[in-house]
Design a protein around this ligand. Structure first.
Ligand SMILES: Cc1ncc(COP(=O)(O)O)c(C=O)c1O
Length: 375
C-alpha cells in the first residue's frame, strides 16, 4: 500500500541532498571537533561553517547561533535562562503554545520561581496583542513573553515584529518558538526585536535531534550543560556533527527554493480547502486558515458522526497519515489543548493536515475522496 504523508508539521522526510551532505561526516570525517589534530580541525571547520550558513540565512551573527538537540531543548533553555540569568519573575505565554513551552512554564511556576499568566486568544486563534500590552503594563517585575511565531496545530502566524516592539516598551524578554517557521519563511532576526528564537531541523527536511537556539547578542546567559566547553561553553558535550551539517544544508536548500516550494504548497492547501468545501457538507476550518496562516498547515473541523469520531484510525488504515493534535500528544489521545482553547465545540472533530514539497494534487484528490466516503 502506498502511504500518503500529510503530517509534515510533525516531521518531514529527509531530503536526499541533505543525506548526501551528512554521509561523509558519518564515515570519512569522524574526528572529535574538539581534537586539535587534523581529524578534529576538519570537523570543527564543518560545524563553524554550518553556523555561518545558518546565521547568514537568519540574518544573525554566528555567535548568536547555538546548536542544540531540537526545538524542545531550545525552548526550555530560553525559558530557564530568562528566569535564572535575566531576572524574569513573571511569564506571559498563551494556552496554545507547544508543550515544550507550556510544560516548561508550568514547571517553573510550580517551583514558585515565577508566576505566569496566559494572554487572551481571539476566536480566530490569534493572540490578543492589546491584552498582552495591558498585562505587561500592569506588572512591576520583569516579564518573559513566550509566544510562538506560528502555531503547529492551527497554523496561525503571530506578528513577531509588533509583539517584540510591545515587549521592548516594557523591558520584557521576548522568546518566540519559531520551530514551524524557520526553513519556511524568510526570517530576519536582525530586524525583529526578539531575544530568543528556536528551530528544529526535522521540520524542513533536515535530520531529527538537532536544532538551534538563537540568543540575541545584547543579552548574556550562562551555560546550561556543564562539561567540555562546546558551543562556546553554553552546552557541553561532543557535538552532533552530522546533524549540524544536515541542519545547515536543509536550511540552505529551504532558503534557496523557498518561493517555488511555498507557491506549490500553498496551492495544495487552497485546493484542499476548495475540494473539502465541495465534497463534505458541514466542513469547517480551525484558525485563520485563509488569512495569517502557515501555508503548510490546514486544520479541518469535520462534523461529528459515529464515523468521523474514528477518522484518524480509518485514515491510518488507508495509509493516510494526519494527526489530531501535535505529534507528541497524539499517542495519548486526550484531544488537542489548542482546539480546546479556541473553540471547544464538541460537535466537531479536528484533524490537522500538513503539507510539504513532496505532496501532490493527486494525493489531495485521493484523500478528499476517501474523506467523503468516511464521513
Ligand atoms: C511549535 C513547536 N515547538 C517545538 C517543537 C518541538 O521540537 P522538537 O521535536 O525538535 O523537540 C515542535 C515540534 O514538535 C513544534 O511544532
Amino acid at each position: 500500500m502506498n502511504r500518503i504523508y500529510l503530517d509534515n508539521a510533525a516531521t518531514t522526510q529527509l531530503a536526499p541532498e541533505v543525506l548526501e551532505a551528512m554521509l561523509p561526516y558519518m564515515t570519512t570525517y569522524f574526528g572529535n571537533p574538539s581534537s586539535v589534530y587534523s581529524y578534529g580541525r576538519e570537523t570543527r571547520l564543518a560545524i563553524e561553517n554550518a553556523r555561518k550558513t545558518v546565521a547568514r540565512i537568519l540574518q544573525a551573527n554566528p555567535g548568536e547561533i547555538f546548536f542544540t538537540s531540537g526545538g524542545t531543548e531550545s525552548d526550555n533553555m530560553a525559558i530557564a535562562a530568562s528566569i535564572r540569568d535575566l531576572g524574569c519573575r513573571h511569564i506571559i505565554t498563551s494556552p496554545i503554545e507547544h508543550h515544550a513551552v507550556l510544560h516548561a512554564v508550568e514547571h517553573f511556576d510550580h517551583l514558585d520561581t515565577v508566576t505566569s499568566s496566559f494572554v487572551k486568544i481571539l476566536p480566530d486563534g490569534h493572540v490578543d496583542l492589546q491584552d498582552l500590552e495591558e498585562q505587561l503594563a500592569a506588572r512591576t517585575e520583569r516579564c518573559l513573553v513566550s509566544l510562538m511565531h506560528a502555531n503547529n496545530e492551527i497554523g496561525n502566524l503571530l506578528d513577531i515584529y509588533a509583539t517584540g516592539e510591545i515587549c521592548k516598551k516594557y523591558n520584557a524578554i521576548f522568546h518566540s518558538d519559531t520551530v514551524q517557521t524557520i526553513g519556511h519563511y524568510k526570517i530576519d532576526l536582525r530586524r525583529n526585536p526578539v531575544h530568543f528564537a528556536t528551530g528544529a531541523g526535522h521540520k524542513f527536511h533536515g535530520p531529527k535531534g538537532v536544532g538551534i537556539l538563537y540568543i540575541n547578542d545584547n543579552i548574556k546567559v550562562n551555560p546550561v550543560i556543564f562539561g567540555g566547553g562546546q558551543e562556546r561553553n553554553m552546552r557541553a558535550g561532543t557535538e552532533n556533527l552530522y546533524g549540524i551539517v544536515g541542519f545547515a544544508k536543509a536550511l540552505e536548500l529551504a532558503d534557496m527554493n523557498q518561493e517555488k516550494d511555498r507557491a506549490g504548497i500553498q496551492s495544495l492547501k487552497t485546493y484542499m480547502v476548495e475540494q473539502l468545501q465541495q465534497n463534505i457538507p458541514g466542513v469547517q476550518f480551525n484558525g485563520d486558515y485563509a488569512g495569517k496562516s502557515l501555508y503548510t498547515v490546514l486544520n479541518v473541523a469535520f462534523p461529528k458522526t459515529e464515523k468521523s469520531e474514528m477518522i484518524l484510525f480509518n485514515l491510518d488504515m488507508l495509509g493516510i497519515c494526519a494527526s489530531g493534535g501535535s505529534a507528541c500528544s497524539s499517542g495519548a489521545d486526550i484531544g488537542s489543548h489548542v482546539i480546546r482553547a479556541i473553540n471547544n465545540n464538541p460537535n466537531l472533530v479536528p484533524v490537522r493536515f500538513s503539507f510539504s514539497k513532496y505532496n501532490t494534487k493527486e494525493e489531495i484528490d485521493f484523500v478528499v475522496g476517501k474523506l467523503g466516503e468516511l464521513i
